[in-house]
Structures are given as C-alpha cells and as structure tokens.
Design a protein around this ligand. Structure first.
Ligand code: PMP
Ligand code: GLN
Length: 378
C-alpha cells in the first residue's frame, strides 16, 4: 500500500515493554509510573462524570482548566497567557507536538531537532511534508551546541523543537541556554516548539527553564506540557499547548480536524486538582528521592552513570560490562538479568551504538530495589 513513513516500524517502547512482559522482567524501559495517581484526582474525575459532564467540551478545552493552566504558568514562569486565545487542551503532548508541526510546516520546510530526540518528532515533520534537520547535541554532555544550531539555520527553517528536561539524556537547559537561543533566533522568524513535559522533574534546587520565562522566546513558542507526567496518569493522554494568539489560531485550525476535542470529565477533574499547587510543587523532591535511590544502588556496579538533572530517566554506559550492541544488550538484560531498558540508539537518526542505555526510575521504591538486586551482579 502507499506509505508516508516507509522507515517507521513499531516503537522501541512497545517492543521493550512486550519483551519485559514475556520474560517477567522489571520494566525500567518505557517511561511510565508503576504507582497510582492521587486518589483525589480520581474522585474529581468521577464526580465530573456523575455530574453529567460527559458530552463534547469546547473545541479548545474546558474553560476552568485553561484558566487554571494560565494561572499556573503566570505563577511559575511569570508569563500571562490569555486562557481564551492562547491555551488549548490536547490529547497528550504527542498530539500537541504533531498538531503544532502540522500547523506551521509546509512541503520542503525545515524543522531542526536536536539529536538524540524523542522518537515522534521526525515522523511528525515528515508527515507534514517537511524536512527534519538533525543537529547533534554536544557529544558526551548532551548540551545544546549553539554554533551548530546557528549553522543549521537556513531561509527554509520554520521551527526548532527543544525538549527540556530532556528525554532520553536527563539534561536540562539553563537560563543562559534560553538567552543563547533567543539571540540566535532574533534575526529570524523561526518558531520554537518547547516540549516541556518533564517541567516538574528538575532536581537539586534548579528551576525549570521554560520558554515562557523569556518574553522574546514566549513570543515565538508553542509551550507544551502533559498532565500524564505531572500527575502520574500517562494513560489519560491529556496535555496542553500555550502560544501567542496568532500561532494558536493556526494550531486550532489543525486541532479541530485532528481530534476536535479532548475527553470532558478528565478535563474537569484536572481543573479541580490543578487548583492545589502542592502536588506539582512536591514532585521534584518525590522524584529526586527515586533518582538518588536508583543512582546509589547502581554505585557498586560497573555501569558508568551519566548525570540525571531532570526527567525520570537515568542513562548509563555499560561498556565495562558487555561488548554487545545497545539493542542486543537490552534484550540480554531483559531476558537474562530480568530488567528492561531502552537503547539510546533508538533516539538517533543514524541509530549509532555508543554502549548507552536508558532506565526509567518512575517506579515504586520496592520496584527500584528489586531491579537493583538483579543489576547488582553486573
Ligand atoms: N515528549 C516527550 C519528551 C516524552 O517523553 C513524552 C512521553 N512519552 C511525550 C512527549 C508524550 O507525552 P504524552 O504521553 O502526554 O503524549
Ligand atoms: N515517553 C515515554 C518514554 O520515552 C513513553 C513513550 C511511548 O510509549 N510512546 O519512554
């Protein structure tokens, strides 16, 4: 049959989760929590369902949820979005990113992604008929290389996708990185698509560097986040995008024919839950504990730990343990040791093998301990 994505197969996350299930392995591969959300959130959603909030919501999302998001962004990042014209509720960040790309990318337009990157970006750009330009992050540190980004800008560049905190590396951008990006883009009309789904998972007292914190960047950015990550409900698939009104108008043209609306009772339940800032304010300490537990447990092994400044991912270099390629090592680790991980090669355009894998530590402490027991022999 005709195909728009000839090189795309089943995602590595699905493949590794299936392999973990087959071998009864502890699944530290695909990124999702193995614990439940706050019961008050379930109550808030059930209450919304019982109140009959079960039909189509407004196309752009439930007003109370958009108001809550605008207030939260203003409090945290000091940028005031208009809840009516500048915020839209989406079916997770995945749909927000695809819709943003489709809204502004035409045939032959170039969109810069920073390699390694989340696996949906490049297929999204290709579906829009655009050309993905992969600019490598600095080797070893995974930090942005602004000289390389500058060199990749052309008159055809429509957008750049920036992901901080970063999946898979766990690095975070700092205020100085945002300044460098703002300066680089000043003479251009390049749009920034800020994938900030891990915005509340930044550790060691560091503040999340949202595109919304810099007025010059906010003026040209889609800022995207996901309640799936923030409230431990990845299966609900509710997220949002904030952008200046002219960009948002283009976004909504696509959104209305893409999903049209996002499920109503979840939006009302999330709006009620969002009124209390405590849950997302407590998130950094909650995950920092898990990061530290996991990292100290790996301390006695031959894995070399990379920094994990943010996100819920820990990358390790296993080259002192095995000479297998990354995918083979992950299969071996799952089948023989009983712990699933994701090969970093899955996030690169050229599928390069560097002896690096990614673990997800969004797990109960007992799950992490059981994984560490199994890994302690290595
Ligand atoms: N971007 C990144 C970097 C992610 O890790 C994820 C989680 N899979 C997403 C986007 C998608 O988020 P959602 O589940 O809300 O669609
Ligand atoms: N974001 C998660 C990860 O990187 C899961 C993504 C997915 O299953 N598509 O593991």
């Amino acid at each position: 049959p005709p195909t728009r994505l000839p090189n795309v197969g089943t995602t590595i996350f699905t493949v590794m989760s299936a392999l973990a299930a087959e071998h009864g392995a502890v699944n530290l591969g695909q990124g999702f929590p193995d614990f439940d959300c706050d019961p008050r959130l379930i109550d808030a959603v059930s209450q919304s369902m019982r109140e009959g909030l079960n039909q189509y919501p407004p196309m752009i999302g439930v007003p109370a949820l958009r108001d809550g998001i605008a207030a939260k962004i203003a409090a945290l990042y000091h940028h005031r979005y208009d809840a009516g014209s500048e915020i839209t509720i989406t079916a997770g960040a995945t749909q927000a990113i695809l819709t943003a790309v489709l809204a502004i990318t035409g045939p032959g337009d170039e969109v810069i992604v920073l390699d390694p990157c989340y696996d949906s970006y490049v297929p999204n750009i290709e579906l829009a008929g655009g050309v993905a330009v992969r600019v490598p992050l600095t080797e070893g540190s995974f930090r942005p290389d602004f000289a390389a980004i500058g060199a990749a800008l052309t008159p055809r560049t429509r957008a750049i996708i920036v992901n901080t905190p970063h999946n898979p590396s766990g690095t975070v951008w700092h205020a100085s990185d945002l300044q460098a990006l703002a300066e680089l883009l000043r003479p251009t009309e390049v749009v920034v698509i800020g994938d900030e789904v891990y915005e509340h998972m930044v550790y060691d007292g560091v503040a999340h560097a949202s595109m919304a914190t810099v007025p010059e960047l906010a003026a040209r950015s889609f800022v995207i986040s996901s309640f799936g990550k923030t409230y431990h409900v990845t299966g609900w698939k509710v997220g949002y995008v904030a952008a200046p009104a002219p960009l948002m108008a283009e976004f909504r043209k696509v959104h209305q024919f893409n999903v049209f609306t996002v499920n109503t009772p979840m939006q009302h339940g999330l709006a009620r839950h969002l009124a209390d800032p405590a849950p997302y304010r407590e998130l950094p300490a909650f995950y920092q504990h898990k990061r530290d537990l996991f990292r100290s447990g790996l301390g006695g092994t031959r894995f070399r730990l990379l920094p994990s400044e943010g996100s819920y991912f820990q990358c390790v270099d296993y080259s002192a343990i095995s000479s297998l390629g990354e995918t083979d090592f992950c299969r071996w680790l799952t089948a023989e040791i009983g712990v699933a991980a994701i090969p970093l090669s899955a996030f690169y355009g050229d599928g390069r093998d560097q002896g690096l894998v990614r673990f997800c530590y969004a797990k109960r402490d007992e799950t992490l301990r059981s994984a560490l027991d199994r890994l302690s022999t290595l």
